[in-house]
Write a protein that binds this ligand. Sequence first.
Ligand SMILES: NC(=O)c1ccc[n+]([C@@H]2O[C@H](COP(=O)([O-])OP(=O)(O)OC[C@H]3O[C@@H](n4cnc5c(N)ncnc54)[C@H](OP(=O)(O)O)[C@@H]3O)[C@@H](O)[C@H]2O)c1
Length: 237
Amino acid sequence: MNYIYITGTGKGIGASIARELLKDKDNRVFGISRENEIEASNFSFNKVDLAELHIVERMKFKALENPSKIVLINNAGMLGDINYMGKLTSHEIQQVYNVNLVAPTLLINQFIERYRDIACQKIIINISSGASTNPYEAWSTYCASKAGLEMLSRVLIKEEEKQVHPFNIFSIAPGVVDTNMQEQIRATPIENFPHKEKFIDLKKNDQLFDRDFVASKIVEIIAHPSRVIDPIFRITK
Ligand SMILES: NC(=O)c1ccc[n+]([C@@H]2O[C@H](COP(=O)([O-])OP(=O)(O)OC[C@H]3O[C@@H](n4cnc5c(N)ncnc54)[C@H](OP(=O)(O)O)[C@@H]3O)[C@@H](O)[C@H]2O)c1
């Protein structure tokens, strides 16, 4: 049995990854988010607000029977308020860092501790973004948190090289994907986000990736992690 934990299965890319994985009855999927619309015999839902760190730190990964593969996908993410520094609220700043960076760090720490000595294939996928390396005005906390998550992946890759039963670490930027996140970007007033037109044009010219296409790429990586040459990459057609 393959056991796959995914954050942010309520909608978007995370929901698509879960649905794709659930087609295979050898996969047992655990969804972690605030909302859920998925029902399947091999799916369990754990209702968690990842911004609530006192809840995240108490989350326990399960004892698993004869796993062939154990996977954690840190997919949940939020842009927060799209606006310039000086116009953000303290609450919103903390929400973005908590969901995009602190919760994934806590989960990875708990996941590695729980499954360190298990000898099966073990994979951690962190969903990154082009924003981890490109500074976009009005996305300060989003860019900074995604940069932090990507650096966390880089450190983990080094740490795991030395382990007897290592975890395979990937940092994957999904490209520009047709989800609620893009709707939020297009709905932002131009005075708050100077790059808005670029994203409107991408949608108009049908250049957004379909979320199921992105999900299929990620599921392929879970099936064949050794085929990936560079573990830090962006999905392309
Ligand atoms: N779409 C893009 O163009 C794009 C580009 C680069 C990177 N990404 C990254 O891809 C990932 C998925 O984004 P998406 O495009 O699918 O966005 P989305 O449609 O807005 O979905 C975001 C997901 O994150 C979950 N989430 C957000 N806040 C949460 C919280 N406080 N607690 C628990 N779950 C929370 C949501 O679940 P609930 O609402 O059910 O809690 C939802 O499933 C994110 O990490 C994002 O940064 C997206």
